[in-house]
Structure formats: structure tokens, C-alpha cells
Design a protein around this ligand. Structure first.
Ligand SMILES: [Zn+2]
Length: 113
């Protein structure tokens, strides 16, 4: 499961982010995951305790923000969530040329001490 390796990366990043405050307890780890990444929040939650054990995150709470896919049409500028029923095309002009605005996030947002 690749969620475990991402969880370890997130924890390393959180510990790194807290390194200038070595006496503080890391209480919350906020991460953001886009729908395009294939990473499922429920697995992040599931693996968090094991990944965090023995680190400064072991008593922290994980908070995953799941971001839906949102794209911008390169032809008409419409912003939409691609849907299978219209073959992921733009609902306004039916172009499939689009750039991703959201959905590829896989990042540590913040930590709370
Ligand atoms: Zn369009």
C-alpha cells in the first residue's frame, strides 16, 4: 500500500517542521490529498498510528483534507469537475483540453503544536 509510504513522508515532514520547537508536542497534523493521487484518506488514517509510533507525532491527531478534481478548460476557460458521463469533457464547449487546478495535491498543510 503506497499510503503507508506517504504517511511516513508526511510524518517526517511534520517532525521536520517542528524541529525548531523541540519541547513542544505535535498535536495535529493537517495534510491535503487530491482525488487524482489515488491516495485514500481512510488508509492514511488507518496507517497513521503505526507510522507515527516512536516519532514526535505519536500523540498527534491526523486531519486529512480530501480535494476533488477541478480543471480549467483551455479553450473557453470554464472551471469544472470532470465527469465520466460526459467523457471528462468541458460541459460548456466539450473540449477535453484542460489544465488541472486541483486534485493532484499531496502535501503537508500545517502542524499544530
Ligand atoms: Zn470549455
Amino acid at each position: 500500500m503506497h499510503e503507508m509510504s506517504y504517511m511516513i513522508k508526511f510524518i517526517n515532514m511534520a517532525v521536520e517542521a517542528a524541529s525548531d520547537q523541540p519541547d513542544s508536542v505535535i498535536r495535529t497534523v493537517n495534510v491535503r490529498v487530491g482525488a487524482m493521487t489515488g491516495v485514500l484518506p481512510e488508509y492514511l488514517y488507518k496507517y497513521f498510528p503505526d507510522a507515527a509510533a516512536g516519532t514526535r507525532c505519536q500523540d498527534a491527531r491526523l486531519n486529512v483534507e480530501f480535494v476533488q478534481v477541478e480543471v480549467k478548460c483551455k479553450k473557453c476557460g470554464a472551471i469544472y469537475g470532470p465527469a465520466k458521463e460526459n467523457n471528462y469533457s468541458c460541459p460548456a464547449c466539450h473540449s477535453i483540453e484542460a489544465e488541472y487546478l486541483h486534485g493532484r495535491e499531496l502535501e503537508l498543510v500545517s502542524i499544530e503544536l
